[in-house]
Design a protein around this ligand. Sequence first.
Ligand SMILES: C[S@@+](CC[C@H](N)C(=O)[O-])C[C@H]1O[C@@H](n2cnc3c(N)ncnc32)[C@H](O)[C@@H]1O
Length: 257
Amino acid sequence: MSELKRVAKTLVGYIKRPDLYPELGRKIIKNIFNRKSAFRGKTRTTEWAQSLAVNQETAVEQLFGIKFETFQNLFSEELHDASKREKECPIKMGGAGALELIYYACEFTNAESVVETGVAYGWSSLAALLSLQKRNGTLYSSDMPYLSQDGDRYVGIVVPDQLNKHWKLFRHADKESLPKIFGEIDQADVIHYDSDKSYEGRTWAYGELYQHLRKGGVFISDDIGDNAAFQDFCTRNTISPTVVEFEGKYVGVFVKN
Ligand SMILES: C[S@@+](CC[C@H](N)C(=O)[O-])C[C@H]1O[C@@H](n2cnc3c(N)ncnc32)[C@H](O)[C@@H]1O
């Protein structure tokens, strides 16, 4: 699809969804006045992340004291079915992250409430739900649909039907979804951030999410090397995070004191 066609389809997608007009307004303002926000502080943050990075296995064992097993070993059947559903999906969305980290964070906290931003195919949702189902817990997710691809109906496609009773999906931008989610629950056991990657988007959402993370809960953010928002957030709040290197990217994680 050409860039012009993609932009036109996205705009039409927004016009059909009045509930997304606030996000459209924010996007227009960002594209006019704040185009460099996506990469602010990237060089210093990449150096910082590199200097701290460990692999997922080490992070899980050090932070949670749990012996690491791959998702493939733990849930081979569920992974096989999920991959099949992803392959059959006609549209292309963001791929899976560090699934074991999310799963073990839920196990470590005995999670009953998890909040995530960014669903796409639903890989991170699947990881959280496979743990939450053991305690009859609930996953609260926020996701903006892929408007240029008319992808709303495919969001979360890899999650099997039997897990849906544990899942509440809020189909708006985080700025609208998160207040709705925290109108339903006050505290979460685990937070997973994987949506708006701009410096401002992260800074706003990290603050909201952290406030609603219980003490002893786990905070995970994907792609923290994109810009310095995660590093700066940790500095401001005197948090010493663990940085996980995963497929050439960095994931930030900490347990709230
Ligand atoms: C990388 S994907 C998420 C991948 C998912 N966590 C997984 O592991 O499969 C990022 C998602 O965030 C959504 N997104 C981007 N900006 C957003 C915003 N401001 N509010 C809510 N969702 C947003 C995108 O539409 C996309 O579905």
